[in-house]
Write a protein that binds this ligand. Structure first.
Ligand code: SF4
Length: 169
């Protein structure tokens, strides 16, 4: 399984709680005005990696708390992202997901797309929603605009409604 990535960041502390390995997926159809990463939009850009290569990278990052799948839009490569998510779960690392879609939209997609469902079920924290320039707030943890939410995925999936992540960050 191949994943197309815009970049990789080791030992980051800005893409979710703790020390993380972040994988930035290439390709995003949201085109939010003011997006800080427009180079991630073209699905043909970036570079391809096998999920095996990416998992070797995970295994060579000792001391991380978890892995973040960001973008771009990781849910637009849901099959590769779900393969990564399952392996990350097997390694008892927590999984943070970013998406320009809101949780409710992803839940609706998950009815027809089992990869989206698997991703949502493997995740610990979802930062959801598009970047909205008018709602920009640089003081927020792990997100750029006030409309974006920190979603507790296990509780949200159990309840089929978005539950806000309450752990102190
Ligand atoms: S979802 Fe994220 S990467 Fe995609 S256009 Fe919006 S801000 Fe940029």
């Amino acid at each position: 399984m191949l994943a197309r990535l815009a970049g990789i960041q080791k030992d980051t502390i800005v893409d979710g709680p703790g020390i993380r390995l972040s994988l930035y997926f290439q390709g995003c159809s949201h085109c939010c005005p003011g997006c800080h990463n427009p180079e991630t939009h073209d699905p043909a850009g970036g570079s391809s990696f096998s999920t095996g290569e990416l998992l070797s990278l995970v295994d060579n990052c000792p001391g991380i708390d978890g892995v973040t799948l960001s973008g771009g839009e990781p849910f637009e490569q849901a099959a590769a992202a779900a393969t990564m998510a399952a392996a990350i779960e097997e390694r008892a690392l927590n999984l943070v997901l970013y998406s320009g879609y809101y949780f409710e939209e992803l839940l609706a997609k998950s009815i027809k797309d089992h990869h989206v469902k698997a991703l949502l079920k493997s995740g610990w924290l979802l930062i959801d929603g598009p970047f909205i320039e008018e709602e920009k707030d640089l003081t927020l943890a792990f997100r750029g605009s006030r409309n974006q939410r920190l979603i507790d995925l296990p509780r949200s999936m159990a309840a089929s409604v978005p539950v806000i992540f309450e752990r102190k960050l």
